[in-house]
Ligand binder design. Structure first.
Ligand SMILES: [Cu+2]
Length: 397
């Protein structure tokens, strides 16, 4: 039985680790709901046909050393698009700068290939008339995770319990009219003259959200474990990030490289295109906010502030039970399987030996599932909580 479980775990593991090409679809007909209730037209990246491209696009994750292929399929009409891997060490051919690399036209596929270099936080974006296409929504986060493991900043770096990514941008709705978005484009030219309105953003975003929409975003942590923040700016304003002093924040990496000297600070400025890694080591439980200010690069004047909730929990109870956040019994299980979760909520999935999803639900406390109709065989129940992912193999005789 143990051998069977090992084989199953290996199969299960490989499905997770397989380096299939990452599919990105370019679309010019996105819609974005703003915090004031208005909808604007956007360009953007999706991962499925028919999916509204998000602003930002999907966050991509790869592992250091992986051979990565991004299959970019442009299904939109009008100007071509590209994918520029901002800050990543890739060769010129795969760098997405149109006249130095290649453009992907309507109904074409473009393949970007690279070996994932330094672990860190990067941004990808379209590089065709980039001032317009980035503002239109064609950008997203790219995280290179270290080969040593998910919860490390890099090999020999820091271990952390929680992480949060904040990607800042702005929106000027006057740039989202067809007169700007449907600009002329001549593929033979490396530079384009496009008339654009003066940039006066009215919306200041974090992960595409602003104002009351940010209630859905919380930076979580515990009072005796590290919390890693990935902070990036893809807007045209500068960002000043103000951390609650209880976070004991220090800047440890920048643009995908560890900083030679770490800086303990409650305030961090991020200029357009920059990314920073901040390690927080809170020593008490508290609730507060991270303040993000957006300032004009020419005048230095702060035009707007947004707030992200911070919730640092007391680790005492959580950590005691963390070796077994989720417990399942009996095993083997004939008629019912009970899933018991520690202090928090768990998202659980049961997959069969072929990796087929049998059940997906969330559990708080203890819940029993009727498994009389489940065919005999080996299964894996995987659970995801704020403390990580656990895999629990079980047998239905
Ligand atoms: Cu584009």
């Amino acid at each position: 039985m143990r051998a069977l479980l090992c084989i199953l775990l290996i199969c299960f593991g490989t499905t997770c680790l397989a380096q299939d090409p990452i599919q990105l679809i370019g679309r010019n007909t996105g819609e974005k709901l703003l915090s004031d209730g208005n909808e604007i037209r956007t360009f953007g990246f999706a991962q499925e046909i028919g999916e509204n491209p998000g602003v930002p696009g999907p966050s991509l994750e790869v592992i250091e050393g992986d051979s990565v292929v991004i299959d970019f399929w442009n299904i939109s009409q009008g100007a071509p698009h590209t994918i520029h891997l901002h800050g990543l060490d890739v060769d010129q051919q795969n760098d997405g700068v149109p006249h130095l690399s290649f453009e992907v036209h309507h109904m074409e596929h473009g393949f970007y290939r690279f070996k994932a270099p330094h672990p860190g936080t990067y941004v990808y974006h379209c590089h065709v008339v980039s001032s317009i296409h980035v503002q239109a929504g064609m950008f997203g986060l790219l995280i290179v995770r270290p080969a040593v493991g998910d919860n490390y900043t890099w090999e020999g770096g820091y271990n952390y319990w929680y992480e949060s990514s904040l990607l800042m941008s702005e929106i000027d709705t006057n740039w989202h009219h067809d007169s700007v978005l449907l600009h002329d484009y001549d593929t033979n030219m490396s530079h384009h003259h496009v008339r654009i309105p003066k940039y006066k953003p009215q919306h200041f975003l974090i992960n595409g959200l602003a104002e009351q929409q940010l209630d859905d975003l919380t930076i979580r942590g515990v009072n005796d474990g590290n919390l890693y923040l990935r902070l990036s700016n893809i807007g045209y304003f500068g960002n000043r990030i103000i951390f609650p002093s209880g976070l004991n924040a220090r800047v440890i990496d920048s643009d995908g490289r560890p900083l030679p000297v770490e800086e303990v600070t409650d305030t961090l400025e991020i200029l357009p295109g920059e990314r920073y890694g901040v390690l927080a080591a809170p020593d008490s439980a508290f609730m507060d906010e991270v303040i993000v200010q957006y300032f004009n690069l020419n005048t230095g004047i702060v035009l707007n502030e947004q707030y992200v909730n911070v919730n640092i929990e007391d680790a005492a109870g959580i950590k005691e039970s963390s070796k077994e956040v989720v417990r399942i019994y009996p095993n083997p299980a004939t008629s019912s399987l009970t899933v018991e979760v520690g202090l928090q909520e768990a998202e659980i999935q049961i997959v069969d030996s072929q990796g087929r999803l049998i059940l997906e639900t969330s559990v708080t406390g203890s819940e029993s599932f009727d498994i009389r109709n489940l065919p005999s065989g080996a299964y894996i129940l995987s659970s995801r909580t704020a403390l990580g992912i656990e895999n629990h193999p079980f047998i239905k005789p």
